[in-house]
Design a binder for this molecule. Structure first.
Ligand code: C5P
Length: 287
C-alpha cells in the first residue's frame, strides 16, 4: 500500500560510556562508545510534495527557525537521499524539535536518521542498509548509530556498529543547562593520548557500566572546563535517591542519571528541575 504521510521518532541518543581511543590524521577521533536511546525525542513527519521543505515546530524550534533551511541536517539528509530517486520527488518535512540544540544527545543526528527512514518509505526507495548507513555517515558521525536506533557499541568514528542487548528495564533522567556546546570545540580541547578498545566487552547489563569498572566519558573534563555547571549538575544527579550512574552524554552538556525504577527517575527529575530551574530536564525509559 502506498502511504502519503509517515511519522518517525527521533529518540535522544545517550552515550552510556564514551572512550576516545585515537585520533585520525584528518582530526577526527576514534571512539569506543556504548550508545542507547531514550523513549523521548524529536519527531519527523513527511508528506508527499513536489519540492523539499522543512517546517520546524516544538519547544526548541526557535533556535533553528532563524537558520537557512539548507543548513539543517534534516534538509541535508533529504537532499542526500533524493539522489537515489529515478524521478524527481519532493517532500514536506515537519520537524518537531523537543530536544535542546547542540546538547550531546544527538538531536540533529537523530533527526537526520529519522528523515532517511521516513523518506526511504515515502519515496519507496529500494536501497541497501549498508548504503543508507554510508549516506548517514556522510551527514555526521553519530547518524549511523541513530539510524540503527537500538543499543549498540559504536566504534571507528561512528561507522562500526555492534548490536548490544540489555536484559533489564532502565529509566533515565536527562538534564541540560540550556546552554549549547560546540562538539568540534570540545573534541579539540580534549588532550588525546590514545586508549584501548574494550575488546572482550560482553555487556548485557547497564548496571555494570558504573565508574568503578573504568567506564566513563572521556570528554567530561573538556566540557566541564568550558561549562563548569556540568560538574554541579553531575553532583546533583549523583545525590538523587537510587541513582546508580551519573555521567555526561557525548560532548555535553546533557548529563544523565540511571535508575532501576520509573518512580525514582520521575522523583529525581522533579528534584533536579527545582535545583536547576533554567534547565531542560525529563525522565524517560531506555529503549
Ligand atoms: O560528525 P559531527 O558533525 O557530529 O562532528 C562535529 C565535529 O566534532 C567534527 O568536525 C570534529 O571536529 C569533531 N569530532 C571528532 N571526532 C569524532 C566526531 C566528531 O573529532 N569522532
Amino acid at each position: 500500500m502506498h502511504v502519503t504521510k509517515i511519522t518517525v521518532a527521533a529518540p535522544a541518543k545517550i552515550n552510556l560510556f564514551l572512550h576516545i581511543v585515537g585520533k585520525r590524521e584528518d582530526g577526527y577521533h576514534l571512539l569506543d562508545s556504548l550508545v542507547a536511546f531514550a523513549d523521548y525525542g524529536d519527531v519527523i513527519e513527511v508528506e508527499e510534495s513536489d519540492k523539499i521543505s522543512v517546517d520546524i515546530t516544538g519547544s526548541y524550534n526557535e533556535q533553528l527557525s532563524g537558520l537557512p533551511p539548507e543548513n539543517n541536517l534534516v534538509w541535508k539528509a533529504a537532499v542526500a537521499l533524493q539522489k537515489y530517486l529515478s524521478e524527481p520527488l519532493g517532500a514536506k518535512i515537519i520537524l518537531r524539535k523537543n530536544l535542546p540544540i547542540a546538547s550531546g544527545i544527538g538531536g540533529g543526528s537523530a533527526d537526520a536518521a529519522a528523515t532517511l527512514r521516513a523518506l526511504k518509505e515515502l519515496w519507496q526507495i529500494d536501497i541497501a542498509e549498508e548504503k543508507l548507513s554510508e549516506i548517514a555517515l556522510g551527514l555526521g558521525s553519530d547518524v549511523p548509530v541513530c539510524l540503527y536506533g537500538k543499543p549498540a557499541l559504536m566504534r571507528g568514528i561512528g561507522e562500526q556498529i555492534t548490536p548490544v542487548v540489555f536484559q533489564e528495564n532502565i529509566y533515565v533522567v536527562l538534564i541540560n543547562p540550556n546552554i549549547p556546546l560546540n562538539t568540534g570545540e570540545i573534541f579539540n580541547n580534549y588532550d588525546c593520548k590514545g586508549g584501548v578498545v574494550q575488546k572482550n566487552l560482553d555487556i548485557s547489563s547497564i548496571a555494570e557500566l558504573v565508574d568503578k569498572n573504568g567506564y566513563k566519558n572521556d570528554l567530561e573534563s573538556a566540557a566541564i572546563s568550558k561549562l563548569p555547571i556540568i560538574a554541579e549538575i553531575l553532583a546533583g544527579i549523583r545525590s538523587s535517591d537510587d541513582c546508580f550512574l551519573a555521567r555526561m552524554s557525548g560532548s555535553g552538556a546533557t548529563c544523565f542519571g540511571l535508575y532501576h525504577d520509573e518512580i525514582s527517575a520521575n522523583k529525581a527529575a522533579k528534584g533536579l528541575k527545582e535545583m536547576f530551574p533554567k534547565s531542560w530536564c525529563v525522565s524517560a525509559r531506555i529503549l
